[in-house]
Write a protein that binds this ligand. Structure first.
Ligand code: AMP
Ligand code: MG
Length: 424
């Protein structure tokens, strides 16, 4: 059976990211949080724009004050320079300018003496200790030189990046459009949460989990509802999903039961199936397929599109398997597709396990739980209750999955375990 790592490699290889020319939109700085920058940004300004003071104090000529000590140097104050004020005078020998943090260094001065090392008497300042040459001067262009690369394309924009863009006076930006991800659930037994349950029916919870996960991954979910286990209905749903979306996620119908039609319909629609099962638990049945180019229909429906790419994930129906498969495979595929150049792969870390963890050793096993901070060190606490793939209840509040590789059947309390952090 295909290993989890091999499956991940196949999936990520299939993903061709959005196009930096075609798949972009312009957004305002205020709505750009979490979007992916599509065009590199360069500024025509230096940062800092001019030499300025890092402290409140006095702008002086170093040669005047280099010997200041118990015997203070006395300077004449010629000007007061606040932030935002353009100095008028040149500091001559024997002179100083009162200056505040961020204010422009006046001509003639080359060093700041902080006010704590001075005493003032009317228009004279006593320098009580010698500074270092050029002390507390932030030099023009020492943080960034005009015309060099300020922010590269392919980064996620968050607080720090948005502040940099504001500083560089970029009120509008080119970002990648959000990936469109169609979601539907399959099963004759499924009803929506607002419908009364008849005997044998179950509520379609997967659609809600997937919609939230897709949004969290920075994509736009397109919800196609519940589709019956009927070949014609499924065929129509898949064809319409492919036409509307870049990525399609269905749940259910990929196992070996008599009503599991997804794979055969994908093939009849011309898809190439790359994966049918993966050696993991939960989540063994997993269909991954690609569709040939969908030029005209996609363009007609969406206006903008990426006609070279349509990736299909047929997840198993079991609710726990859906979440685990999404966190392990689908999330990184969506992120890679979204244009972000780094940080789309899942992050694995080693932590101490609080509980005994058991697996059958035959498939890579994922157990859900929570990371707790114990004396500053993260510890994995396995969720209580059943770790059956059909049990959704104890997945609530999961923020990590513990991974037991093939061949490992036991991790004792206090031992290290590899975990995948999934959300906060
Ligand atoms: P399947 O893979 O279609 O055989 O489904 C496996 C199990 O998952 C069955 O018990 C289904 O009832 C359940 N299931 C399938 N789809 C959903 C869904 N959308 N929401 C909740 N449970 C589901
Ligand atoms: Mg089913």
């Amino acid at each position: 059976m295909l290993s989890v790592n091999d499956a991940e490699a196949i999936i990520l290889n299939l993903v061709q990211p959005l196009d930096a020319q075609r798949d972009i939109e312009v957004v305002d700085l205020l709505t750009a949080n979490n979007r992916i920058l599509a065009t590199p940004v360069t500024s025509l300004l230096d940062f800092p724009h001019w030499d300025n003071s890092a402290m409140d104090g006095y702008a002086v000529r170093y040669e005047d004050v280099q010997h200041a000590s118990a015997e203070p140097v006395i300077l004449e104050i010629i000007e007061e320079i606040t932030a935002g004020y353009q100095p008028k005078s040149t500091v001559q020998p024997g002179q100083a300018a009162r200056i505040f943090t961020g204010a422009v260094i006046p001509a003639g001065a080359d060093t700041i003496v902080i006010q704590e090392k001075t005493r003032r008497e009317e228009n004279r300042v006593f320098i009580l200790a010698a500074p270092q040459p050029q002390e507390f001067i932030r030099h023009k262009a020492s943080f960034y030189q005009a015309g060099t690369s300020l922010l590269p394309a392919g980064i996620r924009l968050n607080a720090a990046e948005l502040a940099v863009l504001a500083m560089a006076q970029c009120p509008q930006l080119n970002v990648y459009r959000r990936p469109r991800v169609a979601i539907f659930s399959t099963g004759n037994e499924l009803v929506t949460p607002d419908q009364p349950l008849q005997p044998g029916q179950i509520v379609d919870s997967n659609q809600y989990a997937l919609a939230a996960l897709v949004k969290e991954s920075g994509a736009e979910p397109i919800l196609l509802g519940i589709i019956k286990d009927e070949p014609d209905a499924l065929q129509e749903a898949i064809a319409s999903a492919i036409a509307k979306a870049d990525i399609v996620i269905s749940s259910g119908g990929v196992s070996v039961g008599d009503y599991d039609y997804i794979d055969q319909i994908l093939e009849s629609l011309g898809a190439k199936i790359h994966i049918r099962t993966v050696g993991m638990k939960p989540g063994k049945p997993l269909t991954v397929a690609t569709f040939p180019t969908q030029h005209s229909s996609t363009e007609a429906i969406n206006g903008v599109c990426n006609p070279h790419f349509a990736l299909y994930f047929g997840l198993p129906g079991n609710p726990a398997a859906v979440l685990v498969a999404f966190w392990r495979f689908v999330q990184s595929a969506i992120k890679k597709f979204s244009g972000v150049t780094e940080g789309w792969k899942p992050i694995f870390v080693k932590v101490r396990s609080h509980n005994e963890l058991r697996a059958d050793g035959k498939r890579e096993t994922y157990l859900w739980g929570k990371l707790h901070l114990i004396d500053g060190i993260y510890e994995f606490h396995k969720a209580g209750g059943s770790h059956s793939s059909g049990n959704l209840i104890n997945l609530a509040q999961t923020n990590a999955l513990a991974i037991l590789p093939i061949g490992q059947t036991l991790i004792s309390p206090g031992e290290e375990v590899e975990i995948l952090q999934v959300s906060n």
